[in-house]
Design a binder for this molecule. Structure first.
Ligand code: HEM
Length: 149
């Protein structure tokens, strides 16, 4: 499995998808859509803004992970597999949970889809922990301008 290619692809496409969600939110503002802007729908606006922001940032995390992989030799095959799936789970469940939570709101409370968000957050924490642990022995190639490597 080429994890660099997988996460570059996932990262750029999820960034594109969640920026499109940002554009959709912009349009809801432009058309003064009540389902998004009315005071009783404040929770929906918060949920969908959180979906947009977390989805876009997670896209950047996929790209950062893809670019880090060649420098993380201590992340062995099972470690790569685990980190990769935790990141994928996070970028589906965290923004997906926020978005689903905003589809139907109950006063100040989001809908039941919000339960996915903490599962996604846990998945992200595990992925970041695994990558952070492997970064202790990162290998950075020596270049003429970077004598310490
Ligand atoms: C990497 C790029 C981006 C990131 C990390 C990002 C992140 C965020 C964050 C953190 C917020 C919440 C701000 C707050 O409420 O204080 C936000 C709101 C918003 N973003 Fe983005 N954004 C990005 C790109 C875009 C793009 C390209 C668009 C539109 C085409 C967009 C449209 C919006 C809109 C309309 C809101 C306000 C939603 C509302 O309050 O109703 N964003 N974004």
């Amino acid at each position: 499995m080429n994890y660099t290619r997988r996460h570059l692809w996932l990262g750029w496409w999820s960034l594109f998808g969640f920026l499109m969600l940002g554009l959709a939110l912009e349009l809801l503002h432009g058309f003064k859509a009540g389902l998004y802007l009315d005071v009783q729908n404040e929770t929906r606006r918060l949920m969908w803004t959180l979906a947009h922001a977390h989805g876009a940032l997670l896209g950047l995390v996929h790209i950062a992970f893809a670019l880090s992989l060649p420098h993380l030799p201590s992340l062995d095959a099972p470690g790569r597999l685990r980190t990769s799936w935790c990141l994928i789970g996070a970028s589906v469940l965290l923004p997906g949970g926020f978005f689903a939570g905003g589809l139907r709101v109950y006063g100040g409370d989001p809908g039941p889809g919000i339960v996915l968000a903490p599962i996604g957050a846990t998945s992200l924490l595990i992925a970041v922990f695994l990558a952070a642990r492997a970064s202790g022995s990162a290998e950075v190639p020596r270049t003429p301008g970077n004598k310490r490597g």
